[in-house]
Every structure is written in structure tokens, then in C-alpha cells.
Design a protein around this ligand. Sequence first.
Ligand SMILES: Cc1cc2nc3c(=O)[nH]c(=O)nc-3n(C[C@H](O)[C@H](O)[C@H](O)COP(=O)(O)OP(=O)(O)OC[C@H]3O[C@@H](n4cnc5c(N)ncnc54)[C@H](O)[C@@H]3O)c2cc1C
Length: 245
Amino acid sequence: MSSAAAHDLIIVGGGAAGAEAAARVAEAGRRVLLVTTSLDTIFAARCERPPADAPEGTLQRRLRDRLPVAPDGTVGSWELHGAAKGHLERIPTLSVLQSSVDALITEGGAAIGVATWEGVPRHGVRIALCVGSFLRARLRRGASEERAGRPGEMAYDELADDLERRGVPLVPASWEGPEGVRPDDPERYRSDFLVVDRAGTEGHAVRAVRNLYLAGVCRLGPVDYASAARDGAALARTMLDGTER
Ligand SMILES: Cc1cc2nc3c(=O)[nH]c(=O)nc-3n(C[C@H](O)[C@H](O)[C@H](O)COP(=O)(O)OP(=O)(O)OC[C@H]3O[C@@H](n4cnc5c(N)ncnc54)[C@H](O)[C@@H]3O)c2cc1C
């Protein structure tokens, strides 16, 4: 990776996929910037007590040993978030920034940075989007509709608009929840969002924009936490081995 840009890798989105990839690449000594909309939703789990178990070697699995695990094999979602955030913040080559990315910055067809909602550009050698279920997301509960990627989490449309302008194909996906809640329950919601079409990717790489990569829900469509973490780990290997373009 070149040293001209401030960061070897900019990861957008601090969910299961982005946090996993950020930790792995930064722990290998690369300069990583993790930009995520809210520091309070780093590694956010939607259920109150997600399963403590996680794929071997993943960040969640590593954190589990520091957390009280209940007899039913679950951990508190807030404790998990706090442990993950603390872990990321202690990695010397990882910077964590609370901000929303609303566009890519490109040069000659290659991604060289991101534009943030606050207006401060950030430059990196490679850019990875791990933006989950937030691309042009709408959350519907009963008759109400809000711009949200998950309940209570604002989604902005600008990044999806920018990707489409650059020829990145987006297709619809959805998630209904919470688990175990009947369809007629007032708590029941449906989230509709966009993900990058498989035809627009080659592994983790985006065909339309060089040096742009994806992991997690925005690449695979709706998945569970374990699959998102595995994909974040796979993205990290790609970034470190340079096996994809
Ligand atoms: C409503 C809903 C409920 C779900 N409930 C469950 C569940 O109970 N159990 C389960 O296993 N899975 C659940 N899922 C699936 C869940 O999305 C995955 O399990 C997992 O969270 C995906 O990880 P990810 O890293 O791909 O995305 P996410 O966890 O969604 O992380 C994406 C991150 O990117 C950030 N972000 C988005 N856009 C930007 C931007 N432009 N700039 C900066 N940051 C940005 C977001 O704030 C978020 O922190 C649910 C999904 C949805 C939509």
C-alpha cells in the first residue's frame, strides 16, 4: 500500500463486518480509518442479548472471554458494544471517526477517499463500504415510515445516490423483525434498503470503481451477525494479501 494517502484503508461502517475488518487490518500494522455514523452503534446488535458464540477467531469470539456470559449462552448487547469499541480504540494504527459518508472521492476511476456529511474529506489508498442495511433505507412500522437502516438509526440517501451515479448497480433487499414477533404486533417493522448487485462485484471488489470494496450486508444481502463477521474477516484477508485487484 502507498504512503501518499493519510490511511491505507478507510472502512465506512462500524457494524459486525466493518469492525471485524478494521480490527484485523489495523492489528496487522496498517493505518486504518473507521468512519461510522455513531460511536454508540459500533458493533450494535439489535436484540438485547445476542449469542456469545461467534465464528472462531472473530472479534466477537475474542471479546466473549472478557464478558459475562449468561447460562443461556448470550451476552448483553451494550456490554458487547462497549468491549468492541474499547478494543478498536486501543489499536494504535486505527482511528475511529464519528461521521457519515455521503460520497466517494475518485480520481481517474479509482476511489481515493470519502466525502463526509460534515464536509471534511478523508483520503485513503483503498475504501471499503461496510454500510449494512443503510443504503437508501426506509423503516416501516404500521402506517409510519422513517429514513432508518434499523429502528432508531438514521439513514442518509446521498451515498446510494452517489454510487448509482458512478454505475454501481444497487438492488432491493429487506429485513423484517423483531424475531418471534407476530406480523400484526405494533412493534413489528420492515426495513427496505439497497445492496450492491452481485453482477457489480468481483469478490469484495466493486467493478465500476477501482480500489472500492464491500463487505457484510451491503455485499451479500440480509445476513446474520456471524456471516457479516466472517465476511469482514475475508475482506481483511483480501486487503492484507492483495489477492483481489
Ligand atoms: C432492522 C434489522 C434488524 C436486524 N436484526 C438482526 C438480529 O436480530 N439478529 C441478526 O443476526 N441479524 C439481524 N439483522 C441483520 C444484521 O444487519 C446483520 O446481522 C449485521 O448487523 C450486519 O452487519 P454489517 O456490518 O453488514 O452491517 P450493520 O451492522 O448494519 O453495520 C453498518 C454500519 O454502517 C454504518 N453506516 C451506514 N451508512 C453509513 C455512512 N454513509 N457513513 C458512515 N457510517 C454508515 C451504520 O451506522 C452501521 O453502524 C438485522 C437487520 C436489520 C436491517
